[in-house]
Design a protein around this ligand. Sequence first.
Ligand code: PLP
Length: 409
Amino acid sequence: MAFVNENYLKLPGSYLFSEIARRVNKFKQENPSADIIRLGIGDVTRPLPAAVIEAMKKAVEEMGHAETFRGYGPEQGYEFLSQAIIDHDFTPRGVNLSTDEVFISDGAKSDTANFQELFGVNNTIAVSDPVYPVYVDTNVMAGRTGFPNEKGQFEKLVYLPCTEENGMKPALPQSRVDMIYLCFPNNPTGMTLSHEELKQWVDYARENKSIILFDAAYESFIREENVPHSIFEIEGAREVAVEFRSFSKTAGFTGTRCGYTIVPKEVMVYDTKGEAHSLNTLWLRRQTTKFNGVSYPVQAAAAAVFTEAGQKQVKETIDYYMENARIIRDGLQKAGYKVFGGINAPYIWMKTPDNMESWEFFDKLIREANVVGTPGAGFGANGEGYFRLTAFGTRENTERAIERIISKM
Ligand code: PLP
């Protein structure tokens, strides 16, 4: 008889998106003529940039000839891509990195999920609440938590509430923690931290010998000046932080799959004798053992994002989404809703009217405006009473959805 990893049994079923689908289907059956608009999706809808397609086709062609064929590549990615990432995303911001600090992967979900493997099982962890569920669930699977309470919060995890009072910006943990997951621009709240605010986290981590796992998957949506694109723009961060990035939302790679993780050589973890070990060395060991790299055509396609044409095309698409974000944000604000995000992120986090519960608002929105969004309660206890709308739809649907919310709700 094989035994189960009992940690998996602590996890409730993946409830959020299946429950949304169930309620939408039920509504459709009862109202077959309803014209439903979805503003809940976290997936992009615009096609890949032309420069990316061209580079991918060329790379596929190379794979078809013995002279240019490539087999296994380096597990941590091709240097042509890591160098392009450094030259474009980091050097201009005053961040010095070497190519062996960049690890190319199939996306930020795998990396944010897998990175916890390098840490001891007794480490304490802080996450914001609401939160991107991957950080929590993977630590539950690894045995770093107890069971969830009636609010769905796992024993041993430190939850940092993001509320209207703190402007959706989590406060530093009151007790010492070993690992901190931060995500800015944030999913689901759409909020960012300024240099000064992020510096407080880096200072905390340095004082407490904690490590920050910084998810910057939405970095390319930042519009405002005083918002850091990378945690490594903050002095001292190289000693305490790891950063996750993705081409998914930046360049439409959700179905193509490419991301990267920056692991500076200075970040250390300690054994029970107090001896230091480099996270960079450990992550390389992990990746070379468990991962065989991202396909060559996909890495060639990702590198094309950094060409002049690629940059222009990517910017056009992001501008398109951010105009949707502005339409949602302004429309809701004019209609009297309290909203967060949508300025440096494709997410708009709205407070439900009259303290309505998230799911109750979901039902009312689909019934009266035929619009689907994501109930905030699905992202954590402090998401209750909030609702997430996304800017990834078409312009026409975004405009129609907001008009309906304003006139019918
Ligand atoms: N991190 C955050 C905060 C996300 O919202 C998402 C996707 O929705 C990811 C990571 C996953 O990105 P990828 O497509 O690169 O796996």
